[in-house]
Ligand binder design. Sequence first.
Ligand SMILES: NC(=O)c1ccc[n+]([C@@H]2O[C@H](COP(=O)([O-])OP(=O)(O)OC[C@H]3O[C@@H](n4cnc5c(N)ncnc54)[C@H](O)[C@@H]3O)[C@@H](O)[C@H]2O)c1
Length: 345
Amino acid sequence: MRKKKVAIIGGGQVAEKVHVSYYHTREEIELVAVVSPNQERAKSFAERNEIPRYYTDSAAMYAIEKPDIVSICTPNRFHFENVMQALYYGCDVMCEKPPAITADEAKKMQEEAEKNNCILAYNFHHRFADDTRVLRENVLNGILGDIYVVKAKALRRSGVPGWGGFTNLSIQGGGPLIDLGVHMLDVALYVLGYPKIEKVTAKMYQKIGNKKSHGSFGEWDPEKFEVEDSLFAFIELEGGGLLQLETSFALNIKETSIMNVEFCGDQAGATLFPAQIYTDDKGELVSLLFRETADLDRHQKSMTAFVDKCLGEDVMIADGKQGYILQQLIESLYQSAEKGESVSI
Ligand SMILES: NC(=O)c1ccc[n+]([C@@H]2O[C@H](COP(=O)([O-])OP(=O)(O)OC[C@H]3O[C@@H](n4cnc5c(N)ncnc54)[C@H](O)[C@@H]3O)[C@@H](O)[C@H]2O)c1
């Protein structure tokens, strides 16, 4: 079988650590090129990662390389144009999260993929953890009963990303909600089977990132800190359930970082990372499922699912439709926080 030709758009840290390192492990894949706007950096990325050719212009890359698969690893602002271009050339696409900046963009990306019969996957890697799979099976089997409260947390005490454009509103589209919170929203909705969202209410703050300049994820310029540094939300689900979100780049909490979801049903409750299910018996906590540690092999499993799907296997991916639902949710949460009122979806 001919190997699938893969190109990388955006030669930064996630491209290197996740996408390229994974593609090198698959014998069905041939990495052919990287595209990045800065020639020197594109060259050194290609050399460091044993990619034969580099480009600064994506149209030239498509004309010459004719890739089958493209990974989009640019800053958020450039996901839309690059995904649309890859789909135009008939490529299967793995796009980094979040899907885009606006819901309208994510909708067009979904439609273009469907129109061109291409695979469009987003790297929402937390849903590929064994913990997520096990918990989802238990939820589907009704072990938790009626799940009516879900608490998602994507919190960092002092984790403003110091590289790239993560504090720039127009490049990034927002702060921790669009960067971190979106991961826990995806995994919470995935476990619940992506229920319909009815209404959202959010409040966001900019209290620390515009004053400090150092943290555990590097340095930034507080005068150019344009995004929220924390956001809190109530998301009302069809059927009366509530999904609560807390997310931050910087917040005076005790823990360094929390990425987890708690599910409360009328029969039992659960945490996701690691997957544990418990209930109450006359005031005593009873364990129904206990995993000691969380599965950290999530990026690799996400990439495996995408490549397997491109090779024709019928496996789950985080697809264009769910990407659109998430982007719509993010947009509504920001609208609610800006207006100071609830937003119906
Ligand atoms: N799934 C995850 O957990 C995860 C983790 C980290 C980053 N990400 C996502 O990956 C994306 C990139 O993040 P990063 O940390 O690698 O950033 P980065 O700044 O390290 O890399 C981005 C790269 O894209 C290049 N670039 C900029 N504009 C471009 C354009 N128009 N065309 C082609 N290349 C362009 C930059 O030169 C840079 O090399 C973001 O969307 C981020 O949200 C996801």
